[in-house]
Write a protein that binds this ligand. Structure first.
Ligand code: HEM
Length: 193
């Protein structure tokens, strides 16, 4: 996005809200947990980051196996419910791990994280993908026969499964883009700071 380009009003609003996080981020960076992480920056942040990255493999691996089952490309010796029961707890556990390690990275480097467009877009997509996962698992537990016999065969179900996987892939790309937020041009408050 070229820096001079005009933005839709709604997105300008989002940019403004993200930009207004700066005083909060600056305050957070003076708190003792943040100061502790900053003082041990040489090992603490890389260690937390490594756990966060390991969590990505579990999240993506679990989602991938459920998506492959929905597409009918793998795990056909198990029912959809069995597949979800097998990989669902891994997904839930890994998401809690990502939340904990992600929060620690925010506390350790608040100004770097909280005023980036990539971080907030990523958080929005994490929330959206989590809601989709919860709704899917609840619906599957309640209507497992209907899922097995009718829904899994529908083209729209397969399309939604692929779209969900793409949302998770975008989350990974946005996680990396936090460090390169300037790519968003004028959408990024961090580029102006
Ligand atoms: C659940 C809440 C989450 C929070 C609060 C969070 C927060 C963060 C933060 C603060 C960073 C550091 C960015 C930087 O300074 O460069 C980061 C990096 C990253 N996150 Fe997350 N994250 C969360 C979930 C996820 C999920 C679910 C995924 C993917 C499935 C993900 C993928 C990544 C990736 C790929 C990076 C870049 C790692 C690197 O190359 O250094 N995050 N995340």
């Amino acid at each position: 996005m070229p820096s001079g380009a005009r933005l839709p009003t709604a997105l300008r609003g989002v940019g403004g809200i993200v930009g207004s996080m700066k005083p909060f981020a600056e305050w957070l960076s003076t708190t003792s947990p943040s100061v502790f992480l900053q003082n041990h920056n040489s090992w603490a942040i890389p260690a937390i980051q490594s756990i966060h990255i390991a969590g990505i493999a579990i999240v993506l691996g679990s989602v991938f196996m459920i998506v492959l089952r929905l597409l009918g490309w793998a795990g056909m010796d198990q029912s959809l419910l069995q597949t979800a029961r097998r990989f669902g707890p891994w997904l839930t556990g890994a998401l809690w791990l990502m939340l904990a390690t992600g929060a620690l990275m925010v506390i350790g480097e608040p100004v770097r994280e909280l005023i980036t467009f990539s971080f907030w877009l990523k958080m929005f997509l994490v929330a959206l993908a989590t809601v989709i996962a919860v709704v899917f698992q609840r619906s599957l537990r309640k209507h497992d026969r209907q899922w097995e016999e009718i829904l899994v065969k529908r083209g729209t179900t397969k399309l939604l499964a692929v779209l969900t996987f793409l949302i998770w892939a975008c989350i990974i790309i946005l996680g990396r883009l936090i460090a390169y937020d300037h790519v968003w041009g004028s959408w990024s408050p961090a580029a102006k700071a």
